[in-house]
Design a protein around this ligand. Structure first.
Ligand code: URA
Length: 431
């Protein structure tokens, strides 16, 4: 079967049979399909869609395109969480050690920033010495001793996705539910967890802003994962504002430490972490998950697992006790002020773009990230602002960068005379 025949079938709205899908994935992996052919098929899929059987076959073929990890021999359930990404999303930094404290093992293979959303690995790179690119032996040893390790992809997991994603990124073919499903799940299947919970975000800070699209993606991922033998659930969560009070890298690690250390005990970040933990623990067969998860935070056992993970992967001891000593901080800190009133709407995407503008994210894949800069004390929808309550604090490398960020951020907040209730953070559940 020639590539052009496979592309033509999909272009005309036909269904690709398993052999055609395997040929496409083989062509992606060995380079025998040209970039033009890959892009043409990706565009045909964006426009014509794929049914769930085709999506499942594409996912499986991509998962089998490289190495597959196995975590046999660990004395507890191996679990994972994946988020579609949002502004200020540092949930993994709290959740992975919390799950470890509840008896799970969490090899969490995370990514770098994508578009306007920050990446967990960039946040962890703010910790001096922490090896986000640790070799697999060190990852295994850390998972065994700390119960969790958050690192970048090790080895050659789903290399077909790597090539397909790079081509989709530059050919306007990212926004396709079957392609996103296959991309996310092929990597998860290859990484080998025993169960998975997805955090599928919607709202202005999310990668798919519409609730309907987010829900369709969540359903597709849950269905295809189950088909592939991976128990999976999804939460739909609101990203119409920053998650927690910070957006950036070191500032987000600092906030995660405050949650782990019991200095922050309520709010949307804590609520989301506990909701995700409850789903994962239930899926892993651990009873009384909600109470155990809260207990892991209040007793300090989750914090202790985080400290072990950080040290196991090369970071400093004493990070939890004195994060200010170990984490970089920006020299210029300025408040963004507004007139008195209540925040009624936030363009969360603009917050993410402001962090990139400050140097805390990338505009090119090879760009270095400034881990010190970012936003703190970010207000949420419904909160009061005024002369002594800024909308947020900008942490910048210099005055000019702070001014530019403030100019970009001012229109991101709408302030009105009436208080309003923020939407709940968890807006739906697909099980
Ligand atoms: N994240 C991925 O890994 N793949 C996609 O296609 C979109 C988001």
């Amino acid at each position: 079967m020639l590539p052009q025949e496979i592309i033509r079938t999909k272009r005309e709205g036909g269904t690709l049979d398993p052999a055609a899908i395997r040929l496409f994935v083989a062509g992606l992996s060995d380079g025998s399909w040209t970039e033009g052919q890959v892009a043409a098929l990706a565009m045909a899929i964006v426009l014509r869609g794929m049914d769930s059987a085709e999506t499942a076959q594409l996912t499986q073929a991509m998962a089998q395109s490289g190495e597959r990890l196995s975590w046999d021999g660990l004395p507890g359930p191996v679990v994972d969480k994946h988020s579609t990404g949002g502004i200020g999303d540092k949930a993994s930094l709290v959740l992975a050690p919390l799950l470890a404290a509840c008896g799970c093992y969490v090899p969490m293979l995370s990514g770098r920033g994508l578009g306007h959303t920050g990446g967990t690995l960039d946040k962890l790179d703010a910790i001096p010495g922490y090896r986000t690119a640790a070799p697999i032996e060190l990852v295994r040893a850390t998972v065994r001793s700390a119960g969790c390790a958050i690192v970048g992809q090790t080895g050659e997991l789903a290399p077909a996705d790597r090539r397909l994603y790079a081509i989709r990124d530059v050919t306007a073919t990212v926004e396709s539910i079957p392609l996103i499903t296959a991309s996310i799940l092929s990597k998860k299947l290859a990484a080998g967890p025993g169960c998975l919970v997805m955090d599928v975000k919607h709202g202005s800070g999310a990668f798919l802003p519409g609730l309907d699209e987010a829900e369709a993606l969540a359903r597709s991922i849950v269905e295809v994962a189950r088909h592939a033998g991976l128990p999976c659930r999804a939460l739909l969560t609101d990203m119409g504002m920053c998650l927690g009070r910070t957006a950036g890298n070191a500032v987000e690690v600092m906030e995660a430490i405050e949650v782990l250390a019991g200095q922050i005990t309520a709010g949307r970040l804590v609520e989301l972490v506990l909701a995700l933990a409850e789903e994962i623990l239930d899926l892993a067969g651990i009873t009384d998950g909600a109470a155990r998860a809260r207990q892991a935070l209040t007793s300090g056992t989750a914090a202790e697992r985080f400290a072990r993970m950080v040290q196991g992967l090369g970071g400093p001891s004493g990070l939890l006790e004195r994060p200010d000593v170990h984490l970089p901080s920006a020299p210029v800190v300025r408040p963004l002020l507004a007139g008195p009133g209540f925040v009624t709407r936030i363009d969360a995407r603009a917050l993410g773009l402001a962090v990139i503008g400050l140097g805390g994210g990338r505009t090119r894949p090879d760009q270095a990230v400034d881990h010190a800069v970012g936003l703190t004390d970010v207000l949420e929808v419904g909160e009061a602002t005024g002369p002594d309550r800024p909308l947020l604090m900008v942490h910048a490398r210099d005055e000019a960068a702070a001014e530019a960020a403030m100019a970009r951020l001012r229109p991101a907040f709408e302030v009105g005379p009436q208080p309003c209730a923020p939407p709940p953070v968890v807006t739906g559940r697909i099980a």
